[in-house]
Design a protein around this ligand. Structure first.
Ligand SMILES: [Zn+2]
Length: 187
């Protein structure tokens, strides 16, 4: 296990190899210069919802930016942690988590402090959500287009659930879920 602080000593080229450290909190204070804060905001696209980081992102989708003196002690830090430090407080040894599930988001309203335990619970919940979606594994043959088409056919009375299940190669159970929006809710 690498030292948690080593996250600060990596440079851009090494960033990809440090993904495992992405969720590791660091005790080090995030102290950007005024110039770095200015540059930070230049790379944020604000909206009513998420404020997405337009700069470099690591493989996990977290925004990364450099603070510190680039000659002496450059630190590559996570953009959302830096946003939290600038706007709310130094996160210290706590993790900064996303309420919005959008890893490149730096909107302070979407961020909260959590401990490692919370992070695990958070990941757990997301995994559970993912596996709930996985129930539609049987309906993986579907596409957004087909889902819309199937719902329309059903609503118009063109085909029954059984008919649609045969048409799309799903079980009746899966087809029913698609039609009742128990799966493919996003469509
Ligand atoms: Zn957000």
């Amino acid at each position: 296990m690498k030292d948690a602080n080593s996250i600060h000593t990596i440079n851009m080229n090494q960033a990809n190899t440090s993904i495992a450290l992405a969720s590791v909190a660091s005790n080090r204070e995030l102290l950007p210069s005024e110039d770095q804060i200015l540059k930070f905001w230049q790379r944020v696209k604000k909206s009513d919802e998420c404020w997405e980081w337009q700069g470099y992102r690591d493989k996990s989708g977290y925004g990364r930016t450099q603070i510190g003196n680039w000659r002496v002690n450059p630190h590559l830090v996570m953009a959302h942690r830096l946003s939290f430090a600038i706007n709310i407080q130094q996160p210290g040894s706590f993790l900064v988590l996303h309420k919005c599930d959008n890893r490149c988001c730096v909107n302070p309203d979407h961020l909260f402090l959590g401990d490692q335990q919370e992070n695990i619970r958070d990941m757990d919940m997301k995994q559970r959500r993912a596996s709930a979606d996985g129930e539609r594994a049987g309906s993986a043959k579907m596409t957004n287009e087909k889902v819309l088409e199937a719902r329309k056919l059903y609503a118009d009375g063109g085909l029954t659930i059984t008919g649609l299940a045969i048409k799309y190669g799903l079980s009746k159970h899966c087809m029913g879920k698609v039609l009742r929006r128990k799966s493919w809710k996003h469509v």
